[in-house]
Design a protein around this ligand. Structure first.
Ligand SMILES: [Zn+2]
Ligand SMILES: [Zn+2]
Length: 259
């Protein structure tokens, strides 16, 4: 099983750090977590089998996380001949969101030429695909009305993804002991903002979660991912930590390999 960071960036234009997108390949399942601006080119740039994506899971409706979902569906409709179904998973309001997207952009959204399965996952609910041995659990985050984090389980490993979130003890408990934690670090300290994480609040959360590896992503300028990693370590997280940059590839075998 492997994880590739396709979009470690933010809403700021940056050709090296596309907006949020993270790709997990278990062999039987190919899952994209979030689909922000730049995802399509990132799939090509990092040689991902985009035609074979089986699931897309969206954390919330901010454009830096969902802006290229329609472009991906458009590419799958007109760019390839596909028979495999595609499952789209999203937070509360997802069914209506998809209907509105279709009303605005056209029928490729719900009729891309193959079976589309829309799954609206309420907070605390679990999605299970036993055929592909995939389990995804969702948990609400203090960020937007509908925002959720995901915990993915497959092939004996678990990956936690915060999406966008403010500090939350409950979220830390939900993500406890996931093998890899992909976490946002939007803010710089000191801050009173409660809708995103900063190095100090991320260090607190990661110290509770105790992942085997922490991937720091969604870092806003003027800070950069390396700087954020240094701050998170200074703030007291003593585990293994790496800067989330586009193209970062992690293999989750017996050992974690980061390339
Ligand atoms: Zn957001
Ligand atoms: Zn965001």
């Amino acid at each position: 099983m492997s994880l590739t960071i396709l979009g470690s960036g933010t809403l700021f234009p940056n050709h090296r750090r596309h907006a949020a997108a993270h790709y997990i390949d278990t062999g039987r399942a190919k899952i994209l977590f979030d689909c922000g601006a730049g995802t399509l080119h990132g799939l090509s740039e990092h040689s991902i089998d985009w035609e074979g994506i089986t699931h897309v899971a969206i954390t919330h409706y901010h454009t830096d996380h969902v802006g290229e979902l329609s472009a991906l569906l458009f590419a799958l409709k007109h760019g390839v001949l596909r028979e495999e179904p595609l499952t789209l998973i999203g937070p509360p309001g997802f069914t209506v969101f998809i209907e509105r997207l279709e009303a605005a952009l056209g029928t490729h959204i719900t009729d891309p030429g193959f079976e589309l399965r829309i799954v609206e996952l309420g907070p605390g609910e679990t999605y299970l695909d036993s055929e592909r041995a995939v389990q995804i659990r969702s948990f609400p985050t203090p960020h937007s009305e509908e925002s959720v984090a995901y915990r993915f389980e497959g092939r004996g490993s678990s990956i936690g993804y915060t999406g966008d979130t403010g500090p939350s003890e409950e979220l830390a408990a939900f993500l406890f002991s996931c093998r890899v934690l992909i976490a946002e670090c939007t803010l710089t300290d000191p801050t009173d903002m409660k809708l995103h994480l900063s190095p100090a609040s991320l260090a607190r959360m990661a110290q509770r979660v105790q992942p085997e590896l922490l991937v720091v992503t969604h870092v806003y300028p003027p800070a950069d991912p390396d700087e954020a990693v240094a701050r998170v370590a200074e703030c007291g997280f003593d585990g293994r930590i790496v800067a989330g940059v586009d193209g970062l590839h992690i293999r989750l075998d017996e050992f974690l390999t980061v390339a």
